[in-house]
Design a protein around this ligand. Sequence first.
Ligand code: NDP
Length: 294
Amino acid sequence: MTLLKGKPASEELLLQLKRRTRSLAEVRGDPPHLAVIAVGGDPSSQIYLRRKLQACKDAGIECTLESLPENITEAETLRIVKNLGDDPAVDGIILELPLPPHLSENALTDALAPEKDVEGVTRINLGRLYCEKKLESIEESDALIPCTAHAIIRLLRETGVSVPGKHAVVVGRSNIVGKPAAHLLSCLDATVTLCHSKSSDLDTIISGADIVVAAAGRPGLIRGNWIKRGSVVIDAGITSDGRKIQGDVEFESARRRAAFITPVPGGVGPLTVTYLLYNTVLSAERRTKKTLEG
Ligand code: NDP
């Protein structure tokens, strides 16, 4: 069994991004610029927010934080989101979730400029993504791949396992993780089964899987003895009880059967933030190219 840790791939990608950031700064005078909108002070998102700000700094990406008060109106928040979309100095925008209950997540997400949507959450961006059938054509399109799904695929590629024709099972169908991961696996020519909370016979489905992607947020949902011998297991699930972080897969028993398995924490997580930086640099490159081409 090989442990698929996120850190080595993350460090390698970060080196590339630093180079691309430097050459962008030479061409246009400024490094890529990410704007983060945070409404109120939700404690669960504060840890990730600090991690993102530090990661930007490490990569030489400029990052500005728009800290908005908890009681801000939707109209005012919409105005700020749209202004950042129109601002030529901004390459990427993140709207931190969760939002206070009086703000509509759909209305605000839909107001994000799709070409600056570095988390890949807008309907326009997702539509662009699902119209492509190959990973290479996504890179060449206007789409930005949601970061966790991209991290999952990168870890799969790190294994060197040939994917075409393999049976991949994704557990979880959110717009941000499960669905895009399933689409990317299909772009790699895997045969994909997408499971969710109403799926029956999860054990049977998983026991036939060459590749398992867990993204349900249910600790221990996937039993070790369901795992097919020699398979690849990528666990994106993160659940914290305040003391320890757990994935969706029973790690100790699954590791005895899998050929490759991600640890939790230390697997998908470290790469997810790096793919956020990746999308910011990509967005900056695409925007600069468009400006230079006039
Ligand atoms: P959501 O809650 O949006 O989606 C969870 C999905 O899991 C849903 O599709 C749900 O089904 C499905 N599900 C829930 N229970 C079961 C079950 N018993 N059997 C099968 N499927 C089930 O979560 P996210 O997609 O946002 O996140 C998923 C996990 O990934 C979480 O643990 C989250 O913390 C983690 N995460 C990790 C990141 C990282 O960097 N590693 C980044 C982002 C998220 P249904 O649609 O029917 O409700």
